[in-house]
Design a protein around this ligand. Structure first.
Ligand code: THU
Length: 162
């Protein structure tokens, strides 16, 4: 029996800082930073904002919304994707900029969407057959850009498995 190794390739563009981003990506990230104030995160002190650019030109932001019953907390990415589906049904997401701010420490590295949110993003990407560019930034430091959600979730489960 031959045991094979298979590689799943995942790639990101690394920018030294937000100042290096392409103009449109920088604007989306700036918008996300300005919306962090709407995070409701009294339990973690960790604010997250996710701002999307839609194919119709609309820009929408979601922030994390916590709950005293911790598993009820909603991530910023899930919040905004739910809003997009409800407010702009049938419109694809082109880009998402995710950023954070912590009351405990200065976050000097990019923060990536959690596993659940990667799966949510993947569903959106596959549903609209439209790659979603994901821009990930901390409060300072490097910014990562993935051209497709598949770079965040290389070995994924999707509707085509069912
Ligand atoms: N959080 C997000 O909003 N998105 C993620 O992808 C990771 C985590 C939120 C959930 C919770 O309110 C806080 O960050 C700490 O986990």
């Amino acid at each position: 029996m031959a045991i094979k190794k298979r590689e799943v390739v995942s790639s990101f563009t690394v920018y030294d800082s937000a100042a290096e981003l392409a103009a449109g990506d920088a604007v989306l990230l700036q918008k996300s930073v300005s919306e962090l104030q709407h995070s409701y995160s009294p339990y973690s002190g960790f604010k997250v904002a996710a701002t999307v650019l839609l194919a119709n030109g609309e820009v929408l932001t979601g922030t994390n919304q916590e709950n005293a019953s911790y598993p009820v907390c909603m991530c910023a990415e899930g919040t905004v994707l739910g809003a997009v589906s409800s407010l702009y049904p049938g419109v694809a997401v082109l880009k998402m900029a995710v950023t954070v701010k912590s009351s405990q420490q200065s976050i000097a590295h990019p923060v990536a969407p959690c596993g659940l949110c990667r799966q949510r993003l993947l569903e959106y990407e596959n549903r609209f057959q439209q790659n979603i560019k994901v821009i990930m930034a901390g409060e300072s430091g490097e910014v990562l850009v993935a051209d497709t959600v598949k770079d965040l979730l290389p070995l994924y489960f999707s509707g085509s498995d069912l």
